[in-house]
Design a protein around this ligand. Sequence first.
Ligand code: XMP
Length: 511
Amino acid sequence: MEKILILDFGGQYNQLIARRVREQHVYCELHPHTMSLEEIRRFGPIGIIFTGGPHSVYLDSSPRPDPGVFRLGVPILGICYGCQLLAQSLGGLVTAAQDAAAREYGKTETVFDPTCSLFRGLPEKSVTWMSHGDYMARVPEGFRLAAHSSACPTAAICDEQRRFYGVQFHPEVDHTVCGREMLHNFLYLVCGAHGDWTMADFKRRSVEELRARVGKGRVLLALSGGVDSSVLAALLSEAVGEQLCCVFVDHGLLRKDEGDEVEAAFSGRALDFRRVDASGRFLERLRGVTEPEQKRHIIGEEFIRVFETEARKLGAVDFLAQGTIYPDVIESGLGQSAVIKSHHNVGGLPDTVAFKEILEPLRLLFKDEVRQLGRELGLPESLVSRQPFPGPGLAIRVIGEVTAEKLALLREADAIFREEMAKAGLDRIASQYFAVLTDLRSVGVMGDGRSYDRAVALRSVQTSDFMTADWSRLPYELLDRVSVRIVNEVKGVNRVLYDITSKPPATVEYE
Ligand code: XMP
C-alpha cells in the first residue's frame, strides 16, 4: 500500500492534514517529528509532509527532523513551520517578520506560478489561509519562488529536481480555496500515488487479517450503539461470524427507539448478540442523585458491572474488541499537538474481564472513514451517520434527578427536534443537536387554564473538533415549528428555550 508520512511539529491542523490526504484515497500516518531515519525508512513513504507548528525555526530549541530525511530521495511538502524548516535546513534564511505587514494571518489573496507541479492546472490567483509571524528572507539554493502575496514575496517555494515544496499557507483548511487540489497535485503528480486507499479494500484486508489472527478464538465486544462500536461489530461479524459475542448494555438512557434500531441492525447477522435490559438497575442507582459528576461515575461503574456479569456467563474469551479510532491514538500521546482528553466509555474493562488479547481493528481510521466502512458493511444510514452521543446518555441531559417520567418527556421532545432538523435538511449541517430537560418550571397559559410545567432547552452547535463550538444559527421558522410541536405534543412541557452560548464558556452538554 502506498503511504504518506506526516511528521508532526505541533501544529493545530495536523489531524486535518491526515484526513485531507486520506480523503484523496492515499493512506497516511501522523508520527512525531522525532521518528528516527531508520523508522522512516521502514515505514517506506512515497512522500513526506512536515506539518506547521508554533515554534520559530531559528531558535536552537525548535523541533527538527533527522537531517537524513532530506537525502532519502523522497518528495517533501513543508507546510508553514514545515516550509520554514525545509528552507532553513537546506541553506535558506528564516527571520521574524520585522515589518508587521509581512506577518500574515487569515485569508490572503495569493498569486501562483502554474509551472510549479504543486499549482499545475489551478487558477493563477486565489485565496489562501495564512498564519505566520516568520518568513523566508532567503530561499535555499536549488529552490525558486512559486507563489507570493502582497505582503509576502515567499508564499511558496519549490525545487522540482529534488521534489521539495514549501508553502507558507495552510492547504489543508477550507479557507484555502484550492488547497485540496494542491494536496492532490503533491500526492499524484509529485509522489506518483495511484489512490489505493479505499474502505472497500480496507474491509477486505481487515477481514483477512482478523480471520488469521482470531483463528478459532472467541471475541467479546461491548456494544454501545455508537458509530464506532457498531461498525466494529459489523466488521467482526463479517470476519469471524458466530465466534463474536456482542453484549449490548441498554442502560435505558438512550434516545427514542435507539435500542431497537441497534438490535434491528444486528438481528440478521451471524453473531451472538445479547441485549441486556438494565434500565431498571441504572434508574435505581440514579435515584435521588443530582450532581453531574456523580451521575457519570455511577453510570460508568454500573456499565462495567453489568458487562462483567454478562461476560462471566460466557466464561473465558480469547479476545476483547475495542472501538479505538485514530484520533484516540493520536490524542493519547502519539502526536506533538496532543490535546489530551480521556474519554473512555467502557474504561476499566480490560482489568476485570478474562481475555488474552485486545483487538482494535479501527485504530487507524478517522471518524469519517469509520462511517464509510459502516456503509461498506451494509449498516443502515441511521446508525452510520449518527451524531455523537455521550456514554452517560440522556442522564446528563436531564438536569437534576433522573426519573423514568422525565426521560420519557425528554425522549419525545428530542425526537421532535431531530425529526424537524432532518426535514429541514439541517441534520447534516449541524455538528450536534439535541434537547435538554431543564429543571426549570414556569407558569403558562394553555386554553383557558394555567399551567406550571417544565422547560425544554434546544441545543445545536457547529464545530469541527468539539473542543470549541459555536451555536447554530437555526432558522426562526424551524425553531418556531419545533417549539409549537413540543408544547402541543409533549404533555408536561410548556416552554421551549434556544441555547445561544458558545463553547467556551459553556460546554456542548449541560452536565
Ligand atoms: P462537552 O460537553 O465536553 O462535549 O463540550 C464535547 C463532546 O463530547 C461528548 N461527550 C461525551 N462523549 N462520553 C462520551 O463518549 C462522555 O462522557 C461525554 N461527555 C460529553 C459531547 O456529546 C460532545 O460531542
